[in-house]
Each structure stands twice: as C-alpha cells, then as structure tokens.
Design a binder for this molecule. Structure first.
Ligand SMILES: C[S@@+](CC[C@H](N)C(=O)[O-])C[C@H]1O[C@@H](n2cnc3c(N)ncnc32)[C@H](O)[C@@H]1O
Length: 337
C-alpha cells in the first residue's frame, strides 16, 4: 500500500525543501513565509500549496496559531530557519538575536499540534550552529527538541556541502538536523546515503561562456569594479568574486556559495567573462547553480534583486533529496511501532 506523506514548510522561501521532498511523493500541505516576494515566486511554482495568510497577506511565523489557522497535521515539518545569527559571517549572537529566537517558534508550533505533532522534523542552518559558544547553541537546540518529544543526538546533525555530494559546482555547506517523534519511532537512528562525488564539475553546463545575455548584466569598461576584475583575468572558464577590497578568482568548475546578500546589490553576484564582455551571473543561472529545474520560474513582478536574494536563501533540492530518501524510508518502514 502506498502512503502519501504530507509536509509542512516553515520559512519556506521559494521552496528548495519542498522540491527535494516532492521527489519522494511528499506533498506540501501548507507553507509559512512572510516575505511577499518569496511567496509570489513560491506560488508561481507550487500553485496547490496553501500559504498561511490572513486578509493582510502572508503571516509571520510569530503570528501562526495551529488551531485558529487550521494547520493540517503533517508527517514531516521542515524549517530552514534564518541563519544570520548562527553564521560565521554574522555577529554570532545565536539565540540572543531576535532572528535566532525564531527557532523557538518552531518548537511552539510543534507543541501546539499536541498528540498530532509531526513524526519528523528537518531543520537546516549554518554549520557553525554546532560549534557556536563552545557548543552551547547546539546543546540548547537539542534540549528543546527533546523537551518537545523528539529523539535527537549529535549523530542526527549532518553537514552537507552540495559541491562534495551532488553534481552541482556550487560550494554550499549546510547543517541538516533530523529529529524523530518519541511516540512514533523506537529510536532516532536513520541511514542516509550521503554519496561523495569525485566528479569534475563543468561550469559550462550552467553558464553559456560563449554566448551573451542582456546588456543590464554587463559592467562597463569604465566601471572601477570592471578594472579590478579585469586585472585578475585568467581565462573564460571560471567565476570571479568581488570581496570588499579584492577579487577572488575561483577554480574552473567551482562556484562560490551563492548568498542572500546577492540581493543587496549587483556587486555581490559572481562575475564571468563571456563572448560579449564582463558580466554578473543572471538570476536564472544562479537558480540552476542552486539545482533548481529548468521549468522553475520567477513571476514578472518579482524584481531582479529579490530574485537573487531568493536563490541565495534557498536550500539545494538535490541535498534535500538525499536526506529525504532516508527520512521517507524510515517513515514508511518504522512509523507506528
Ligand atoms: C533560509 S530561508 C529558507 C529557505 C527554504 N526553507 C527553502 O526550502 O529553500 C529563510 C526564509 O525565512 C523567511 N522568514 C524570515 N523571518 C520569517 C518570519 N518571521 N516568518 C516567516 N518567514 C520568515 C525569509 O523570508 C526566508 O525566505
């Protein structure tokens, strides 16, 4: 008998998690995301998922009430919660930062479900969450998950870099944490097939170095960033990344982590030389370097800076796919012990 599994998406963004889990037949029943532009892109591509909203628009997780908002119980609840406060790139305030405290909203929602709480929680964040404040952040997270009724140990947290584990050329190292409901499982063990790939990556699969795109993506030779990057030119097969005062030249076959601050200005987007000149990656190239399928599209009303930000915020569906396979297998074989 085939069982249809249902998921709830917290901090759904444009749906990287949802895409990865769909491959195993997991249907997203509802999604919580408070950025209207991210919701527009999400809805364009997942028209049958309910975005939890009221008459003013999509709700913040802090305003969600499971009973009032009639959230259907789900098998899997996933939450790629905001990572700025747990990342080495930020101020590292952890749970003291209001964005870090959004983690407790996940726990609040799980508790509101009561006996119908999800069988599995999949959380995603920066790998540094494990080490911050000498391991205190991770300890706090573990304590909260256990208190909410979930098996969770150090072994349930997996660092996965998309570059090492998928056919994508993007360096993207993230922490995936899996917690299993005490009432549904005998233990929290799960076997994941995190294959290591030795494949040599080819950026030309994602970027047309021999072609040209719209003028708006190119830098003028008069531009000071043009001069900085051109001074470092090696060849046309690679990406060039502008840091504050320097240019990082990437290896051929390697794309740096695409970050949400790409949405803060064009100069945060990696550059390349093509047949027409020096340009930044297009938002669709970023989307494919993030592993999104060719049919995925941005709605016309979502402006380019928002599109870049949305890609930079997203999880890689192919990584979720690998993790989802193990989770779905455990759910189907062991649930209702
Ligand atoms: C790291 S991204 C999530 C990526 C996503 N889980 C995926 O599958 O690709 C975090 C998302 O949380 C959203 N967010 C931040 N604060 C929120 C809040 N208070 N309520 C709902 N969503 C929020 C952001 O707009 C952003 O899209």
């Amino acid at each position: 008998m085939s069982i249809t599994l249902k998921a709830g998406a917290l901090f759904s963004g444009i749906g990287g998690f949802c895409l990865g889990l769909e491959r195993y037949g997991v249907e997203t029943s509802w999604a919580v995301e408070n950025d209207p532009a991210a919701v527009a892109t999400y809805q364009r591509n997942f028209s049958s998922t309910r975005i939890v909203s009221d008459e003013h628009g999509p709700l913040s997780i802090t305003d969600i009430d499971v009973v009032r908002d009639k959230l259907e119980p789900v098998d899997i609840l996933h939450a790629g919660f905001p990572c700025q406060s747990f990342s080495t790139a930020g101020e590292r305030k952890g749970f003291a930062d209001p964005r870090g405290r959004l983690f407790y909203e996940i726990i609040r929602i799980v508790n509101q479900f009561g006996v119908d709480r999800p069988s599995v929680l999949i959380l995603e964040n920066s790998p540094y969450l494990r080490y911050g404040e000498g391991g205190e952040w991770f300890l706090e997270l573990s304590k909260e998950l256990k208190k909410a009724g979930y098996w969770f140990r150090n072994e349930n947290a997996h660092e996965v870099d998309a570059f090492d584990h998928t056919d994508l050329p993007q360096r993207r190292n993230r922490l995936f944490m899996l917690a299993f409901n005490y009432d549904r499982f005998k233990n929290g063990r799960v076997s994941l097939d995190l294959k290591h790939t030795e494949e040599v990556k080819d950026l030309a699969r994602f970027i047309d170095f021999e072609g040209a795109v719209g003028d708006e993506y190119y830098l003028s030779p008069e531009n000071r960033y043009y001069k900085m990057i051109a001074a470092k030119y090696i060849d046309r097969r690679r990406l060039y990344q502008l840091r504050k005062y320097m240019v990082r030249v990437k290896e051929p076959g390697e794309c740096p982590t695409l970050t949400a601050n790409m949405g803060l200005g064009g100069h945060n987007v990696p550059f390349l030389f093509d047949a027409k000149g020096l340009r930044r990656l297009t938002e669709y190239e970023c989307l494919s370097l993030q592993g999104f399928p060719a049919w995925f599209e941005f709605p016309p009303e979502v402006i380019r800076t928002k599109r870049y930000q949305q890609v930079g915020n997203s999880v890689v569906p192919a990584v979720v796919d690998m993790i989802g396979k193990g989770v779905v297998c455990k759910l189907k074989n062991e649930r209702d012990k």
